[in-house]
Design a protein. Structure first.
Length: 183
């Protein structure tokens, strides 16, 4: 494992560290959830930090593997993979912070100014993350160095993540557009 890690370039090493850290953060929150108890559903649940951190960590690690099959310049690799590392940390981190603060949601803009700022930050990180995944999806069709089934898996994976992030961004934009009418 150490040898494989040492052979990664800078942006992929960053992605590996961030993905692993977020997976561990999700697992730690799962343990807290088991010990503390609490509902699966509802506005304040341990489910959110457990699943958000684990899912984002898993996506970052899958992106690490798939990115090894895409030809990119060093600069583009840093922009895309470094950006995804930072974006993933911000998004998962804000969900975790909101749960520990006991607030209703990471998009709760009604209770305090701090919540409104956090909602804005997570919304603004979602746009660049979406653009980065859409870019990786396009590159998976144009600069994919894999062959056979691996080529298909890389394309399919980036397509599904890109579609999911576009869908999430659309849902966020819709929800945020309704806020002024509810205040």
């Amino acid at each position: 494992m150490r040898k494989a890690y040492s052979e990664l370039d800078g942006p992929r090493r960053m992605l590996a560290l961030m993905g692993t850290a977020l997976l561990l953060l999700g697992l730690a929150h799962g343990v807290v959830w088991l010990v503390a108890g609490g509902p699966v559903l509802g506005p304040v649940s341990w489910r959110k930090p457990t699943l958000f951190a684990s899912a984002i960590g898993g996506i970052l690690l899958a992106t690490l593997w798939a990115s090894m099959h895409i030809r990119m310049s060093r600069k583009l690799t840093w922009v895309l993979l470094g950006g995804l590392s930072v974006g993933g940390l911000i998004q998962a981190g804000l969900v975790v912070i909101q749960r520990w603060r006991g607030t209703a949601s990471h998009f709760n803009v009604f209770t305090t100014d701090t919540n409104a700022v956090m909602a804005l930050v997570i919304a603004l990180t979602t746009l660049p993350v979406t653009v980065m995944f859409v870019t990786l999806m396009i590159l998976s069709y144009r600069r994919n160095t894999a062959s056979g089934t691996t080529r298909f898996i890389v394309r399919y994976g980036f397509t599904m993540v890109a579609v999911g992030t576009v869908e999430g961004l659309t849902m966020i934009a819709h929800a945020m557009s309704t806020i002024p009418s509810r205040i």
